[in-house]
Design a protein around this ligand. Structure first.
Ligand SMILES: [Zn+2]
Length: 466
């Protein structure tokens, strides 16, 4: 598929660059150039050439000395490795590699080095998580929410997550703005892949609910509402045009939505099939929020790439996920934060009622799915727990049936596969982005050391060091 090579934004940029090239050629046919003009252009060309040369000289090579290096592709740990980095890419990895004399050496020989982590279920662009109530969004302008999201992105990156799949935002398209601001280097944060908005039924799990019926919401607080297969398609066409990287649909009710029932089905099978078909036209994959068994199975049968939460998945659902190769993205840690918020009175009471018993059932079903060999990706619903604490989920994944290596793979190679970007990140291999983190201690012995990432490099640039 096209998008496996480049996300839509990059495709768009490449297309714009091609158009620019064409217009230059068409506008200045060389036979019309005067002698003076030719000289001017030649000088300009030489100047560019010199600057380019200077740039190449400035880009210093980096050599990381890794005491232990985790290779999630092979499921192994290598000792005393050297990682050579040129600009934003990994150039070579191996033992006793010759280090170029002018390379900057980063000594992590006392640490365990891993590929940058990936969280496949975040909500970075929703601002601060003050009181856990979506209705708080109504007290702020869209710009305010976007700017208050800047620290979320920074905390996520500093905790070792160099890439996120962000799966929905209340103020539509704020996530696209955040993604692009990070990509341009205006602010610091992980590489983001975003949904643009929630595709949800009216009054559904992704809608802004709990308001009187005569309150009129601004466009961006109900952008993704759809109530038929053709409305679903229309929303996806719009979001693809807006620059979304994937589509998020809400297949069942939710815990953290007023008036919602996580055990209810929302979209029909036909609507979910329309979502997957239409998204595929644009090279986009679909992530489906689903707690209830029927909504989970409808989404798998429709061909979504991942089920988010998968809380009440039954044996048939587990078998179907395995058969279809569907990823489960089970946020089994955030129950801790929901319960703590309940004790502090920082969460609406109806949300706690929705949540009763679901947390433990989800953890037990996670264990069942691991045993059955279903594909698992690491996703935390970051925003439910404070940003920057996603690493706490690793210990729970191990507690409920994964080996430490499986938990690391869920957040690296498997996550990259779910995103369709295995060639670009997910492991420390030549040609991939230089996304590298390091921790003290051995995460294969005690995976909780990943809660304290001490070194973070994204795209060849160091963002955190001891
Ligand atoms: Zn979520």
């Amino acid at each position: 598929m096209v998008w496996a090579e480049a996300p839509p934004q990059q495709i768009k940029e490449a297309r714009n660059a091609r158009l620019k090239d064409l217009s230059v050629e068409g506008f200045w046919p060389s036979i019309y150039l005067s002698e003076g003009e030719i000289m001017k252009r030649l000088l300009g060309f030489l100047l560019c050439f010199c600057l380019l040369g200077a740039n190449v000289a400035i880009a210093q090579a980096i050599a990381i000395k890794a005491g232990r290096l985790v290779d999630p592709e092979a499921g192994s740990v290598l000792a005393d490795q050297v990682v050579l980095i040129h600009e934003n890419k990994i150039q070579a990895v191996g033992k006793n590699l010759p280090i170029p004399a002018d390379a900057k050496v980063i000594d992590l020989s006392q640490m365990t080095v891993l590929p940058g982590l990936i969280d496949c279920h975040t909500h970075l662009a929703d601002g601060p998580t003050d009181d856990g109530d979506p209705l708080s969004q109504l007290k702020k302008t869209s710009a305010q929410v976007a700017l208050e999201s800047v620290p979320n992105a920074r905390k996520m990156l500093e905790s070792g997550f160099t890439t996120v799949r962000d799966v929905g935002v209340y103020r539509a398209l704020n996530d696209i703005a955040l993604r692009d601001a990070i990509a341009h280097g205006y602010i610091e944060g992980p590489r983001m892949f975003v949904a643009g908005a929630y595709i949800t039924i009216t009054g559904g799990a992704g809608a802004m609910t709990g308001l009187a019926p005569d309150i009129k919401l601004p466009w961006d607080l109900h952008y993704g509402e759809a109530n038929s297969p053709w409305e679903v398609r229309q929303k996806i066409r719009q979001l693809a045009h807006d620059g979304a990287d994937h589509i998020k649909v809400l297949s069942t009710g939710a815990v953290l939505t007023h008036g919602s029932n996580p055990k209810s089905q929302e979209f029909t099978l036909e609507e979910l099939q329309a979502a997957v078909d239409e998204a595929n036209h644009f090279g986009l994959r679909v992530a489906a929020h689903a707690h209830a068994p029927r909504g989970i199975k409808n989404a798998i049968r429709a061909g979504v790439a991942s089920i988010e939460h998968a809380t009440l998945i039954d044996d048939e659902g587990i078998a179907l996920a395995k058969e279809h190769g569907t990823y489960l993205d089970m946020d089994i840690y955030d129950e801790e934060c929901i319960q703590e918020a309940g004790r502090k009175g920082n969460i609406p009471k109806d949300f706690l009622q929705h949540d009763a018993e679901l947390g433990q059932i989800q953890r037990d079903n996670f264990r069942k799915a691991i045993k059955a060999g279903v594909k698992m990706a690491f996703g935390t619903d970051a925003g439910v727990c404070p940003y920057g604490t996603s690493g706490k989920q690793f210990a729970f994944m191990v507690k409920y049936g994964m080996s430490p290596m499986q938990a690391i793979q869920a957040a690296t190679t498997s996550a990259a596969d779910l995103l369709g970007h295995s060639k670009e990140f997910g492991s420390i291999k030549p040609g991939k982005y230089a996304d590298v983190i390091a921790v003290s201690g051995d995460p294969l012995q005690d995976v909780s050391v990943l809660e304290h990432v001490e070194f973070v490099m994204k795209d060849g640039k160091v963002y955190k060091t001891r």
